[in-house]
Design a protein around this ligand. Sequence first.
Ligand SMILES: Nc1nc2c(c(=O)[nH]1)N[C@H]1C(S)=C(S)[C@@H](COP(=O)(O)OP(=O)(O)OC[C@H]3O[C@@H](n4cnc5c(=O)[nH]c(N)nc54)[C@H](O)[C@@H]3O)O[C@H]1N2
Ligand SMILES: Nc1nc2c(c(=O)[nH]1)N[C@H]1C(S)=C(S)[C@@H](COP(=O)(O)OP(=O)(O)OC[C@H]3O[C@@H](n4cnc5c(=O)[nH]c(N)nc54)[C@H](O)[C@@H]3O)O[C@H]1N2
Ligand SMILES: [Mo]
Length: 799
Amino acid sequence: MSEPKENRDSVFPSITRRSLLKAGSALVTLPFVMSGKSFAMQANAPETAQASGAAERVVQTCSTFDCGGKCDIRAHVADGVITRITTRPDSELDPQMPIMRACVRGRSYRKFVYHPDRLKYPMKRVGKRGEGKFERISWEEATTLIANNLQRITAQYGPACRFVHNNTATSGGTFSGDKMMRRLLNLTGGYLEYYHSVSMGNTAAATPYTYGAVASGNSLDTLAETKLVILWGHNPTETIFGHSNHYFQQMKQNGTRFIVVDPRYSDTVASLADEWIPLLPSTDNALMDAMMYVIVSENLHDKAFIERYTLGFDEASMPEGVPANESLVAYLMGDKDGQVKTPEWAEKITNVPAQTIRQLARDYANTKPAALIQGWGPQRHNCGERTARGSTLLATLTGNVGIKGGWAAGYGGCGNRKFAAGPEMPDNPVKESISIMNWVQAADDASKVTADAGLKGAETLNSNIRILFSLAGNYLANQNPDLHQAVKVLEDESKIEFIVASDLYMTPSARYADLLLPETSFMERWNIGETWGTASYLILSEKLIEPEFERRSDYDWQREVAAKLGIESQFSQGRTEQQWIEHIWEQTRLSMPDEHLPTFSELRVQRKHLFKSKPYVAFEDNIRDPQNHPFPTPSGKIEIFSQRLYDMHNPEIPALSHYVPAHEGPEDALAKQFPLQLITWKGKNRANSTQYANPWLQEVQVQKLWINPLDAQQRGIRQGDTVRIHNARGICQVPAEVTVRIMPGVVAMQAGAWWQPDAEGVDHGGCANVLSSARITPLAKGNSHQTMLVEVAKYASAV
Ligand SMILES: Nc1nc2c(c(=O)[nH]1)N[C@H]1C(S)=C(S)[C@@H](COP(=O)(O)OP(=O)(O)OC[C@H]3O[C@@H](n4cnc5c(=O)[nH]c(N)nc54)[C@H](O)[C@@H]3O)O[C@H]1N2
Ligand SMILES: Nc1nc2c(c(=O)[nH]1)N[C@H]1C(S)=C(S)[C@@H](COP(=O)(O)OP(=O)(O)OC[C@H]3O[C@@H](n4cnc5c(=O)[nH]c(N)nc54)[C@H](O)[C@@H]3O)O[C@H]1N2
Ligand SMILES: [Mo]
C-alpha cells in the first residue's frame, strides 16, 4: 500500500517545516530527550531494506501497543520525518517465523504519530474535574506539582494511597512509563498494587483448577496434523493473537476443518470457518454440558485417558468424603437435579439446535487429534471462569490433553515463551493489593474493599486511593466497566486528590486528569517489542524521529520528579532511556545463555530475535510419564471435579464447570425489561481505544450497533437508522447495522470507541462501557465487561 505524496501534506497541515524547526528548538530545554550520543547512533542506524531515495532509510521496527500481533513494520524515514510505513516484504518470509505482516493498524501508524490533535504541552486542569478545561504549563511546573503532591499526599495518608492504573498501551514493550513509575514509587515507600488482567484474568484463575498450571497452550507448529479445530469465541483474524491466524490459514489449506462458536459471524468465521455455530452469550456451559452428555452417553469418551489421568469423572473416581452424585457423569445424567443434560435441554438455553450440538460433540470426540481453542471473549463474562473450565473438561474427556495436535483449552498461553528482562523493580513495601475491579471502591471508600471483594494481603484497606497515575491507559472513563459509577467518584475532588495522566490524545479518561502530560509515541522512544499469545520473538523498537513540541517520554519527567524527591541517581541509575534498553537487553542476553541472543550492537543490525524453540505441547510430560510428573493439582490428576471449588460452596463457581445462568444472561428476570444481550468485540481498526482518532482507521470500520433483522423489525429499525441502546446504567446512541452477522437476541458493538456524552448524558461515541456492569466474577474477583442486558429503540430514521 503506498500513499500519494499530495495526500500526506494536505491531511496533516501541522507537519510543516516550521513546526519541525520549532520542535528542534524545544529540545534545547530538554536535557533528557536526546543526547548527542543517541543522535550519533541514530545516524549510523542500519538500513534493512533498500532506501528508495538518497536520504531515506527504511527501519524495521514495531509498535509497543497491546495488540495480539507484534508485527514487523518498516518505517521510511527521510529528513527526520516518517514518510511512509510498509511491512516485511514477502521475499523475507522465513518458514521458521510467523508472518508478522502489518495489519491495517500497523499500516496507519503515521497517522497516529502525526495527528494535529496530539497533545503538545503539559497542561494543568483549570475547570472542574472531567470538564476538560486545561491550561498550558511548563515542565518545570509540572514536575514540581507531581513531586509536591507525592510528598504531601504520602505524608498525610501513607504510601498505600498511591495507585498506578491499568495502562495497557505500552505493555507490548519491555520498558514503559508505568513500569518506571512503579519503580519510583517503590523507592519512596511503595504503592497499592492491583492484580487481575482484564484481558484474560478469569481464565488464568480458572485453568489451574483443572490442570494445576495456567499455561495450557501449545506452540502452533504442533498443530499441523490437527484434523479439526474448534475456535470457541476466538477471533484471531482480527485479534491476531501471536499470529495464530497465519498457522490456521496454512492448516486450512492443508485440509484442517474449522468450526467457530461465536454469537457473531466474525471475520474469523468469514475467513476460516467451515461451520459457524452461534449461541447466546454466557450460555457456553450449557452447550459444553450437552456435548459432554452426548460424548459420554454415546460412549465416545477416551476411557483409558480418563481412568489414568483424571479425578471426578464418575462416582467411582471421586475424592473421599464427598457425598454421592457430585461426579460429572452423575451431573450429566441428572442423578442429583433430575435434569438430563441432553442437547434438547441445551437448545432451549443456548438457541443452538439439538442436532447441531450432537454433531459438534460427535465431530470433536471422533476426530483425533482435535483442538478446541478458546478465545478470551467468552471468559470476559461474569460466568467466564466456568466457561474456561468447561473447555478444559471437554479436552480431557476426549483425551486431547498433552498430545501433539490436541489442545488442553482454557487459558491457552504457551509455557515455553521467552520474555525480555524489564527494568529492575525494587520491592514494594506495601503488602496489600486489590483486584483491578476494586479501584473505584478503593477511591470512594477503601474500608468497603473486603477480602470477599478482592482485597489481599491485609484484613482491611486503611486508606483510599488519593493519588493516581494513568500512564498510557484509558481506564478512568472509557475502558473500565460501568464508567458512570467511576466518573461519579472521579468528579468528587475530595476523594482522589491528584490524578496524573499521560497520553498522546485528549481521551475521555485524559479529561479527568489534574495534570495531563503529552507523551512521545513509540516512534519517538527506545524500546524492545514483545509478542504475546503463542509466538515468541523480540524486536527492537528504535527511536526514529525527534519529538515535536514539548512531548516527552514519561521516563524523562520521572527523572526530574525523582531529582526533586532527592532520589534521581537511585531511580535512574544514571541511565538515559536508550541506556536502559541497552541494559535490559544485556540482562536478557545474559539470562538466556542457550539462546545466543545478539549483543545490543548486533541487535541494531539484526533488529529482531526469534526464539527457535522446539515444538511445545502443554502437559506432555504429565501425560507421557504421570508417575514422575503428576499434574500440579492437589490430587496430582486432572481435576474434573475440583475439591477446592467444592469447598468454596459458591453456587456461581461449582466444583464441576456446569451451566449456571449468568447475571444479566438471557435467563435473568431483568431480560423482561432489557431483552437483548450486548457483547463487544476487539475490531481490526484499533487496539482497544488506541488509535481511535486515526482518520484512516475510522474509515475502516464505522462504530455501529449490529442487530439481527428479526430484532430490528420488531422495533421498526431499518438499516442506518439511529438507535438508542439503554439499560439502567446508561444510554448510547449510534447507527444500526441490520445484519445476519449477529444472531437474534444479541446485539454487538466494537469495543474501544471513545465515550462522548451530550448534555443529557447520552453517549454518542458508541462506548459500550456506559452500559456494561462492574460486577465481580466469583473466583478471580475479575471483570465481566461482556455480560449486559439492554433494550434498543429507534431514535431517528436514516436520511
Ligand atoms: N484488532 C484488535 N486486536 C486486538 C485487540 C484490539 O482491540 N483490536 N485487543 C487485544 C487485547 S487487549 C486482547 S485482551 C485480546 C482479546 O482477544 P479476545 O478476548 O479473544 O477478543 P474479543 O473480540 O473480546 O472476543 C473474541 C470473540 O468472542 C466472542 N464472544 C463474546 N461473548 C461470547 C460468548 O459468550 N461466547 C462465545 N462463544 N463467544 C463470545 C466475540 O463475539 C468475539 O468474536 O485481543 C487483542 N487483539
Ligand atoms: N466494553 C469493553 N471494554 C473493554 C474490553 C472489552 O472487550 N469490552 N476489553 C478490556 C481489555 S482486554 C483491555 S486490555 C482494556 C484496555 O484498556 P486500556 O488499558 O485503557 O487501553 P487503551 O484503551 O488502548 O488505552 C490506552 C491509551 O494509551 C494511549 N497511548 C498509546 N500509546 C501511548 C504511549 O506511548 N504513551 C502514552 N502515555 N499513552 C499512549 C492511547 O492513546 C490510549 O488513550 O480494555 C478493557 N475494556
Ligand atoms: Mo486486553
